[in-house]
Design a protein around this ligand. Structure first.
Ligand code: ADP
Ligand code: ASP
Ligand code: MG
Length: 619
C-alpha cells in the first residue's frame, strides 16, 4: 500500500518530464479503446503491439478501455434494475468493464511470452474527487508503475476509473480512458502517448457522418479541445486539457492499420484556413427561462443551481428584456436535460421568473479554427451555407475560435455537410504542415508547456487560468423581432462584412418556442454608426422590430484551459459581477475563454473583482 501514499506533486511531474527527456529513457503510453479490444483476437493484437514497442527498447504502459460496447451493456443492465441508480453504485458497476479487459490483455501478453501486470485505477493511485460519473483527477502515484516497468513489465492500467479519498471507485465520464492515458503520459514524462482507435486519425469531422471528411496530419490542442467538447467523440475533451498543460504530444492512430495517424500538438496544421474542423452534438437540448427579472444576480442563481450539478451549459443567450424582464436560453446535453430542469425548477420561485420551456429535438453544429479570430466573414459564410441548405438557425453563439448554431435535429446532418463543404474541409489547405515539418521548425525549443508550473500539486485537473483581460471601446447592436425564417443571419452578416465592419461576438436568441427573436453583435465603437445603418436596412427590408445600440461597452475575458467543463467558472463570473450590481449584457463560453460584455463604466470594478476571485487559479 505504501506506493498509494506517494502521490506525485506537480514539481515532481515536471521534473519527471525533464529527467526522462534528459536521460532519454523512452517511455510510451499506448491506449486501446473499446473497439480495439472488442474480442479475443483484437486483445491479442493489442498485446502484440505493446510487446513490439517493448522489444524496440521502450518502456510500455498500456491503458485499456472496456471491451467493445461493454460499458453500454452495463448501463443497460443498471437501467433494468433502477430508473435512478445511485451514482456511487453506477461507478462501481461501470468500472468493472475495464477490470475485465486489463486482466485479459495482461494474460494475452503472458501467453505471448512477455511480462505484464494489470492494475486498476486504485492500484495506480489515480486519486479523484468524489463527483461520481464525472470525477476529476487530483493526483496519480507513479512509484508502483515505475517499479514494475523497471522490472521489465508491460503495465496494463485500467482506463476511465479512479478512487476518491474514501476509496470509493469513481469514473471520469464516458470516453474517459483517453484522459487516463494522457494524464499518465504527463505524470510519467512519457515520450509518446499513442491513442489506438477504430479510425486512423482525427478527421475534419466524424467520418462516420461524412465520408468526405479528411484526415488531418496535425491539429492543435486548442482546436481539438474545442472540437472534442463540441461533439468530436474521437478524444475525451479533458484528455486534451492534460496534453496542453503538460505539452504531451498525442498520436491518434488506427488499431487495425499502419496509417500514420494524426498528431495533436501545440501548433495548427495551417496558419491560413479559418476553419479546421466541424462538429455536431446530435443530442442537445435547449432550455429557456421566460420572464426573468432583468436585474443583476438573477441569471447567476439559475446557472449556479445547474453548475452545482456539474452540468456544462453552452450557448447562453439572454434576450434584452421587455418590461424589465428577460428571457434566458441555453443548451445542455440532452442526457442532462432532466437534471437541468430539476435544477432550474428548484430556483424558479426564488428567481421570480415566469416559466421554463425546453426542446430536446435540437442539435448543435459548430465550426472551429484557430485562425478564425483574425479573419472577417467567417460567421457569414457559415450562416450562408446553412441558409442555402434550407436550414433554419434557432440560436447562435460565437467565441474566438468557434461558431455554434442550434438547429432542429432533423436538419443536423444536412447542416454539418453544408458547413463542411462551404469551408472546403475535404481538401488539404495549401499551407498545411506535416508533423515532421513542424518538428523541424521547432528546432531545439523545449516542448514542455509553461502552464504546468501553474498547477496545484493537490489537483492535477484543477482549473488553470492564464489571464484576465479587457477589450475596451466596443459597441453592441441588437435587432429585435427577427423572423422565423432561414437566411436572415446570413444576409445580415454578409452586408456587415461587405461594409468592412469587423464583428466580434454574435448571439442570436430564442423565444422559448424554438423561434429566433433577436440578434446581438459587438463591433469596434468606431464602426457603430455604420453597423447601425446596416442593421436598419435589414430591419426595414424584413419588417423586423427595433434596432438598439450601445456605444459604451467593453468585454472582459477570462482565459485558460477547460473553462466550460469546469462548470463553476461562468458561475463565479456571474457571481462577482452580480455582487457589484453589474449587468452581463452578453456572454460566451468556450474551453479557452469566457467573455462577458458589460457597460464600460464598470470595467475597472469588474476586472478587479475577477482578478481577486480567480487569484487561486491564476497563480
Ligand atoms: P474508442 O473506443 O477507441 O475510444 P471512440 O468511439 O471513442 O473510440 O472514438 C472513435 C470514433 O470517434 C470514430 O469511430 C468516429 O466515428 C468518431 N469521431 C467523431 N468525430 C471524429 C473526428 N473528428 N475524427 C475522427 N473520428 C471522429
Ligand atoms: N469504457 C468507457 C466508455 O465506454 C471509457 C472509455 O471507453 O474511454 O465510456
Ligand atoms: Mg473514446
Amino acid at each position: 500500500m505504501t506506493d498509494l501514499l506517494s502521490y506525485v506533486s506537480v514539481d515532481e511531474c515536471l521534473s519527471n518530464y525533464l529527467i526522462s527527456k534528459v536521460k532519454k529513457m523512452s517511455l510510451i503510453v499506448q491506449k486501446f479503446g473499446g473497439t480495439s479490444v472488442a474480442d479475443v483476437e483484437k486483445i491479442r493484437a493489442a498485446a502484440r503491439k505493446a510487446i513490439r514497442a517493448q522489444q524496440a527498447g521502450h518502456r510500455v504502459v498500456m491503458v485499456v478501455s472496456a471491451m467493445g460496447k461493454n460499458t453500454d451493456g452495463l448501463l443497460d443492465l443498471a437501467s433494468q434494475v433502477s430508473d435512478t441508480p445511485p451514482a456511487r453504485e453506477m461507478d462501481m458497476l461501470l468500472s468493472t468493464g475495464e477490470q475485465v479487459s486489463v486482466a485479459l490483455v495482461a494474460m494475452a501478453i503472458h501467453e505471448l511470452g512477455s511480462k505484464a501486470i494489470s492494475l486498476t485505477g486504485g492500484q495506480i493511485g489515480m486519486k479523484t474527487d468524489n463527483s461520481f460519473s464525472k470525477a476529476r483527477i487530483q493526483s496519480i502515484s507513479t512509484e508502483r508503475i515505475e517499479r514494475l516497468l523497471d522490472d521489465g513489465n508491460i503495465v496494463v492500467a485500467a482506463g476511465f476509473q479512479g478512487i476518491d479519498d474514501d476509496l470509493n471507485i469513481t469514473t471520469l465520464g464516458r470516453g474517459g480512458s483517453d484522459t487516463t492515458a494522457v494524464a499518465l503520459a504527463a505524470v510519467l514524462g512519457a515520450d509518446a502517448c499513442e491513442i489506438y482507435t477504430d479510425v486512423d486519425g482525427v478527421y475534419t469531422t466524424d467520418p462516420r457522418l461524412l465520408p468526405e471528411a479528411r484526415r488531418v496530419d496535425v491539429i492543435s490542442y486548442d482546436e481539438m479541445l474545442e472540437l472534442a467538447s463540441l461533439g468530436a467523440g474521437v478524444m475525451h475533451n479533458r484528455s486534451i486539457e492534460f496534453a496542453k498543460k503538460f505539452g504531451v504530444p498525442i498520436h491518434v492512430r488506427s488499431s487495425f492499420s499502419d496509417t500514420e495517424g494524426t498528431m495533436i500538438v501545440a501548433e495548427p496544421e495551417s496558419r491560413m484556413q479559418p476553419v479546421s474542423g466541424a462538429a455536431m452534438t446530435a443530442s442537445e437540448a435547449r432550455v429557456t427561462v421566460l420572464g426573468v427579472p432583468d436585474v443583476p444576480g438573477k441569471s447567476k442563481q439559475i446557472f449556479a443551481a445547474i453548475a452545482n450539478r456539474k452540468i456544462a451549459v453552452d450557448m447562453v443567450v439572454q434576450n434584452i428584456g421587455k418590461e424589465g424582464r428577460a428571457d434566458i436560453s441555453f443548451t445542455v446535453p440532452r442526457s442532462e436535460l432532466k437534471d437541468t430542469l430539476d435544477a432550474v425548477d428548484s430556483v424558479l420561485d426564488q428567481v421570480g421568473a415566469h416559466r421554463v420551456t425546453h426542446d430536446d429535438e435540437v442539435s448543435k453544429v459548430s465550426v472551429v479554427g484557430l485562425n478564425m479570430a483574425s479573419q472577417t466573414n467567417v460567421a457569414a459564410k457559415m450562416f450562408r451555407a446553412l441558409a442555402d441548405a434550407g436550414v433554419n438557425i434557432q440560436m447562435i453563439t460565437t467565441s474566438e475560435i468557434k461558431i455554434s448554431t442550434l438547429v432542429a435535429r432533423a436538419d443536423a446532418s444536412t447542416a454539418l455537410r453544408a458547413v463542411h463543404q462551404a469551408f472546403g474541409l475535404h481538401s488539404r489547405p495549401e499551407d498545411a504542415k506535416t508533423w515532421d515539418q513542424i518538428k523541424a521548425e521547432r528546432g531545439g525549443r523545449a516542448d514542455v508547456d509553461v502552464l504546468v508550473s501553474r498547477l496545484r500539486d493537490d489537483a492535477l485537473e484543477a482549473l488553470t487560468l492564464t489571464g484576465i483581460s479587457v477589450t475596451e471601446n466596443q459597441a453592441r447592436i441588437t435587432i429585435h423581432g427577427v423572423p422565423d425564417q432561414s437566411g436572415i443571419a446570413a444576409e445580415m452578416f454578409e452586408i456587415i462584412g461587405d461594409a468592412g465592419i469587423f464583428v466580434d461576438m454574435i448571439v442570436q436568441g430564442n423565444d422559448g418556442e424554438g423561434t429566433a427573436t433577436s440578434i446581438s453583435f459587438t463591433v469596434d465603437a468606431t464602426t457603430i454608426d455604420q453597423g447601425v445603418e446596416v442593421a436598419r436596412q435589414i430591419q426595414e427590408k424584413h419588417s423586423m422590430g427595433d434596432v438598439q445600440s450601445c456605444g459604451q461597452i467593453a468585454k472582459v475575458t477570462v482565459s485558460g484551459i477547460g473553462l466550460r467543463s469546469h462548470t463553476h467558472v461562468a458561475t463565479k463570473l456571474f457571481d462577482q459581477l452580480a455582487a457589484a450590481e453589474i449587468n452581463v449584457e452578453m456572454i460566451n463560453t468556450s474551453e479557452l475563454q469566457v467573455n462577458a460584455v458589460i457597460q464600460s463604466q464598470h470595467l475597472e470594478t469588474a476586472t478587479n473583482r475577477l482578478r481577486e476571485a480567480f487569484s487561486d487559479s491564476l497563480r
